[in-house]
Each structure stands twice: as structure tokens, then as C-alpha cells.
Design a protein around this ligand. Sequence first.
Ligand code: AMP
Length: 183
Amino acid sequence: MRIVFLGAPGSGKGTQAEKLMTKYDVPHISTGDLLRAAVADGTELGKKAKTAMDAGELVSDDIVIGMIRERLKDDDAQKGFILDGFPRSHAQAAALDEMLAQEARPLEKAVHLAVDNDEIMSRLMARKRADDNEETIRHRLKVYEDQTHPVINYYAAQAKLATVTGIGNMDEIFGRIEQAIGV
Ligand code: AMP
């Protein structure tokens, strides 16, 4: 299984990626989690990333692409991966394609979890993570619209896009995803 999850912050990507990992034993790789771990460890990378994260901006493409390049070399990722929160820009999507092409293991599907803005806003307001205050949330949604939403078209053009409605019961959504990726 080699898939990416696309969708606004709060669309349920992380939750559904965890469920896929548990059922199919393929690693769930979240750039948000990797970055938060780097911030908590106080690494150089973490220090560089923190300002952008706190402001709801994207961390630079170089940093996240490098992180993913390294993570995909790990043993557990040889059997596949579920990427969550990456790619978030056209440059990241193109870099991912290039690294996978070098290994002759192309991406299979990009699953877009579609959730409308009002629902996203109320979910994020209820989540209360450090970067989840109202102003930052609005900014993160704008960044998503401007920079990440175009990635959906990138995968549509490759005929790899599967759009799944991300509203409803968690298990129902999971069933839709399984159907969309053909497992
Ligand atoms: P997330 O947990 O996926 O919502 O990510 C939290 C924050 O980490 C985002 O608001 C960004 O600042 C940063 N981040 C995570 N993934 C990426 C990425 N692929 N590109 C740039 N920044 C990212």
C-alpha cells in the first residue's frame, strides 16, 4: 500500500491513517507528528520549524522533503506507507514522485477526505492543540486553500485521486476509504 491522504486540517486524515496502519500493518507517516517530535527534542530542525508551525504557516519544502526522504528509507517503509499531511505543496508532490520513481515504486492513490469548511472550523475549535486558536486556524485554512488544495488537481491529472466524503461515522468513512483504494 502506497498512499497519501489529502484534506484540510481536521478532516480526519490522522485518525483514518491510524486505522489503516493498524489493519494493514503499513506505517502511518505524519509530517506534523515528525515536526512536533523535532520541536519537543529541541533539534536544529525543530527550532527552524517551530516559528512557522506556531504561525500556522508551512514549514519550508526543503525541510519536510528531506524528512520524508529519510523516513521512506526506513525498513518498515519498504512494505509501503500511508502519508498524512504530506505533500502540502506542488513542489512536495513533485519531489515525492521523483523519489518514488527512483525506487520504481510509484504512489498508488491520493485519498482526499472532503469535509466542508463550517464542519472543519467547529472540529478544530474543539480540538484545542497549541496551534488551534481561532486566528491560527483561520490562517491554516487559508494556507490550505492557497497552497495545498492545488495538490488535489495534481493527483487528479495523474488519475490517482480518490475523493471520499469525510463526514459521518468513523467506521463508515473507513469503509469508503477501503473501497476507494481497493483493499
Ligand atoms: P499537521 O499536524 O499535519 O496539521 O501539521 C502541523 C503543522 O506542521 C502545520 O500547520 C505546518 O506548519 C507543519 N507541517 C506539517 N506537514 C507539513 C508539510 N508537509 N509541509 C509544510 N509544513 C508542514
